[in-house]
Structure formats: structure tokens, C-alpha cells
Design a protein around this ligand. Structure first.
Ligand SMILES: NC(=O)C1=CN([C@@H]2O[C@H](COP(=O)(O)OP(=O)(O)OC[C@H]3O[C@@H](n4cnc5c(N)ncnc54)[C@H](OP(=O)(O)O)[C@@H]3O)[C@@H](O)[C@H]2O)C=CC1
Ligand SMILES: O=C([O-])CC(=O)C(=O)O
Length: 271
């Protein structure tokens, strides 16, 4: 049985732990950690079967096969290289950290050297399978258009830096247009999906991102348009926001769970 350690006991972390606890994911939850220890303890108290230890990552790495990151881009910098040095596979949700090419190169090399896998789930988008297939030949363009209710963008560095008053937005408003590289830095907790798309397709500089605040919405919408030698496609997902974190769509939690389920499944569907 796969021994899992998890960092980040928030919305996605809680969903993953519950899915291990109820047997949806075939694995042992060995350890959990959050910089807010109360959050880790609170999550622990909700589990019925699993009895993970609440311990720091350096300690948990001695006991696990796979470290699940669902914390923040900072956590990717702080902990993923250490996990790979310790020969642990990793699953990363805060994929936006990889807009730092140096970090991505380091992690890829460490994974190779230590014979580890780095899993990056599709997260809150649909269509990554098609993009992956398409990228076996030339891709001409990739555009992500993300629309969220204004509160789903609250706290983003770009919003703070530009003093955008989200409460005053009373119609559909384009907040940001730029490259995926710029987008994941400006909105680190809102468009990690732009990073996953970039890594699968044509990179952070060529992938275009538009972010729209729309007070009429109750859902987080991501539309991806791709053109390439294969033809073209557009996908659109209207995501239910997670009740405990409106920035993160529920599909992101489900995608993390599906990725972990896939690890023990003899039948692998999709590209
Ligand atoms: N790939 C994708 O499609 C998606 C990715 N995400 C990303 O996944 C991550 C988790 O999302 P979600 O569960 O909704 O977030 P939450 O804010 O609900 O939970 C994250 C938890 O991790 C803690 N944390 C953050 N950094 C560290 C650290 N360095 N060490 C220990 N604990 C830490 C946070 O503490 P604190 O509250 O103090 O920050 C918080 O308790 C986020 O980075 C988010 O942006 C989200 C949705 C989709
Ligand atoms: O959950 C979403 O809709 C997307 C998200 O926050 C991210 O990619 O960081």
C-alpha cells in the first residue's frame, strides 16, 4: 500500500484526506502538516479510520512514498526538492511555482536523478488530455480565459498592487491580460491551471491568459482554446467553488483524488 504524507490541510487537503480515509483512494495516510497546526489537528479530528501523525515534512519524508502538496507556491520551493532528495514521489497542486524556470529545471533533474515521479493533476480545467495529444505535433496558440466572481480573486497580489476594489465591480470586467508567466505571479492562488496548461502545451511565454471578474457568476469558469496541426478545440468548464475556499474549484479537489486513485489502478484511461 502506498504511504502518503500531505502538506496543506485546507480545502483540497481535506478532500484528499477524506478520500483516503473512506477508501476511495487505496493508500495509507501516514502524516499530515500545515503551518497552522490547528488546521492539521482539526482535519485529523474529522478522520474516522486514518490516524496520520501531525509532523513536519523533514520527519514525514522518512516514512512515506509520496508527498502531496496542496499548500502554496512557497511550499513547492521549500519542500519539493527536499522530498525528491529523499526519493519520494510528489504530487503538486500549486503548479504556478513552475513559472520559475530554474525551479522547474531543478525539480525535473532531481526527479530523474532520484528516479521519482512528479504528478501535476489537471486541476480545475478540462481538456488537458486533448492538449497533451495535440502537443505531439505543432501547436500554434493556446489561450485560457478565466472568469470568477470578484470574491474568487480577493487577496491576489495583482488586485492589491493595483488597488482594485472588487466590491465596486458591477459588471463583467477584464482584470488582467498577459502571458501565463505573468498571470501565475499576479494571481498565484487563482490560475495555477495556467501553469499546468503551459507545461503541457507551448510554455509560459506563449500561453495567453485573460482573467475576468464577473459579479453575475456563482461559478468559476475556465475556457481553453487551442489551435494546432491537429485542428482546433475549445473547452469550457463551469466549476462549483469549494465552500471553504471560493478561489479553488471543487473539480480541483476531485482531480487530485482522481490522480491518486490512478496510481493504484491497473487500467489507465486518457492520454
Ligand atoms: N492546480 C489547480 O488546478 C489548482 C491549484 N490550487 C492550489 O492548490 C493549493 C491548495 O489549495 P486550497 O486547498 O484551496 O488552499 P487552502 O488555502 O484552502 O489551504 C492551503 C493550506 O496550506 C497552508 N500552507 C500554505 N503554505 C504552506 C507552507 N509553506 N507550509 C505549510 N502549510 C502551508 C495554508 O496556510 P495559510 O492559510 O496560512 O496560507 C492553508 O492552511 C493552493 O496553492 C491553490 O492555489 C487550487 C485550485 C486549483
Ligand atoms: O480552482 C480553480 O478554479 C483554479 C484555481 O484556483 C487555480 O488554478 O489556482
Amino acid at each position: 500500500m502506498l504511504n502518503i504524507g500531505l502538506i496543506g490541510c485546507g480545502t483540497i487537503g481535506a478532500s484528499i484526506c477524506k478520500a483516503i480515509d473512506d477508501g476511495t483512494i487505496e493508500a495509507e495516510l501516514v502524516a499530515i502538516y500545515d503551518r497552522n497546526l490547528n488546521d492539521a489537528d482539526k482535519l485529523l479530528s474529522t478522520l474516522k479510520r486514518s490516524k496520520p501523525q501531525v509532523i513536519e515534512v523533514a520527519e514525514m519524508l522518512k516514512k512515506i512514498d509520496l508527498l502531496v502538496e496542496c499548500a502554496s507556491q512557497e511550499a513547492v520551493y521549500e519542500l519539493i526538492p527536499t522530498a525528491l532528495h529523499a526519493h519520494c514521489d510528489v504530487m503538486i497542486m500549486s503548479v504556478g511555482a513552475f513559472s520559475d524556470e530554474k525551479l522547474f529545471k531543478t525539480i525535473k533533474e532531481l526527479a530523474k536523478e532520484n528516479k521519482c515521479k512528479v504528478y501535476l493533476p489537471s486541476g480545475a480545467i478540462v481538456g488537458l488530455d486533448g492538449l497533451k495529444s495535440a502537443s505531439s505535433d505543432e501547436i500554434y496558440s493556446v489561450t485560457l480565459t478565466t472568469q470568477k466572481p470578484p470574491r474568487g480573486l480577493a487577496g491576489a497580489p495583482y488586485i492589491i498592487r493595483n488597488k482594485i476594489d472588487l466590491d465596486k465591480i458591477n459588471g463583467k470586467t477584464v482584470i488582467f491580460e498577459g502571458t501565463a508567466s505573468e498571470a501565475v505571479k499576479a494571481f498565484p492562488a487563482n490560475v495555477n491551471v495556467a501553469a499546468t496548461i503551459s507545461l503541457t502545451g507551448i510554455g509560459f511565454e506563449k500561453t495567453k491568459v485573460k482573467i475576468v471578474a464577473n459579479p453575475a457568476l456563482t461559478r468559476n469558469i475556465h475556457e481553453i482554446s487551442v489551435e494546432g496541426a491537429f485542428g482546433e478545440f475549445t473547452t469550457k468548464v463551469e466549476n462549483v467553488p469549494s465552500p471553504t475556499n471560493p478561489k479553488s474549484s471543487y473539480l480541483a479537489s476531485l482531480s487530485a483524488i482522481a490522480t491518486l486513485k490512478k496510481l493504484s489502478d491497473p487500467i489507465q484511461t486518457g492520454t
